[in-house]
Design a binder for this molecule. Sequence first.
Ligand code: PLP
Length: 432
Amino acid sequence: MPQHSDDHPTWNRARAVVPRGVSSGHRVGWKQVFVRTSGAYVWDADGNRYVDYLNAWGPIVLGHSDDRVNRAVYEAASTCDLTGVGPQPGEPELAEKICEVMPSADKVAFCTSGTDATMHAVHVARAVTGRRKVLKFHGSYHGWNDHVAVGSSRKDLTAQSVLNTPNGGGLHPEVVADVVVVEWNDRAGLEAAFDEHGADIAIAFAEPYIHSFGCVPAQPGFLELLRELCTRYGSVLTFDEVKTGFRAAIGGYQSLCGVTPDLTAFGKAVANGYTLAGLAGRDSLMGHLGAYDREHATIDGTYNASPYSVAAANATLAVMEAEQIHQRLWDLGARLREGIAKAIVDTGARAVVDGLGSEWCVYFRDELPTNFREAMESDADAYGRYHASLLSQGILEPAFPTGDRRLNAATSDEDIDRTIEAVHVALAASRR
Ligand code: PLP
């Protein structure tokens, strides 16, 4: 059983000089400090090893500290580390590959985070349509910029809270007022939103398969309805594939579901942990990106398409194809979900499990959720006991309920078997 000091000195040191000790909100909630990674595993500063099912919230897809990716990065950085002049080494090759595999991609532009990508999408859509409003779904996280940081706060969610509650302070109220938020899978609500605001909606965002509150698919016909309404009202349909892109399939979830958006934001798994993200889309829209006039949206960024992150992405996608990584991710994920479902029955825990490919989520409630409010009814105390038990057995999962979890391709069959045993114990512990 992992033993660790309850409050590692590094936490105290960090809290003294970094707000709350971390530079990204979701990094709190741990007692451990993690200091080493390899393949499927991470080690804390006390020397305990964990199977990692957090995987940095998505980027690590091949495995931690992958040699093939790291070597490509080293080679790029030591050959030409220049950014800021013309196309970057490897950039056209990477864009060509993405255009080949992703149905919506005629052109691709690179940036450094998913938040950048969704912000560029808003700017392009507004520049093209001349409209202001953004439509998104309740609970879906699309980054922290004002245009989308609305309607996905867990803290402020109550039965009475309005759907477009800002996620935090400091957002511009007029920008927030322009965000129309609809409950996921609510067909009538979606139609009503377009009836009322359709002529003003520049862009509609959807995670085509929701990971912001676990694993919640669109009900049959819902994505098709969204596509149809966007086409009818002339709104730019944007899939946020920051989590599903290059993980659910190399071509993203859109290559599986058969609905093609106008724009796609991606990031995370594309470069196995190196900082790369991007916006892909139809030529007629992407052509409005990058010039300095009113019909165009700007894209600027010192580190956009940096040679090392582009090299990491080219290496990651090459390994994915050469080693049929998605087959492995789906096989392991299916085995794990089957084992968890059986453990739920065996232990009589009040829980359900669902997922996609390498991702899954256990909800502590009777039925699978279909939207954010239902997902958030998952019993947080039961999850707390489940999570603590898994952690004590060397399994690392998100620190809060309804966080999606995922495995990487370096996970072994033995890791899966051991995880299923640990889940039995943790589910039993969740009932106390
Ligand atoms: N979109 C989704 C679905 C995400 O999960 C995230 C981050 O978790 C983002 C966008 C923002 O990406 P980034 O953290 O790279 O800014």
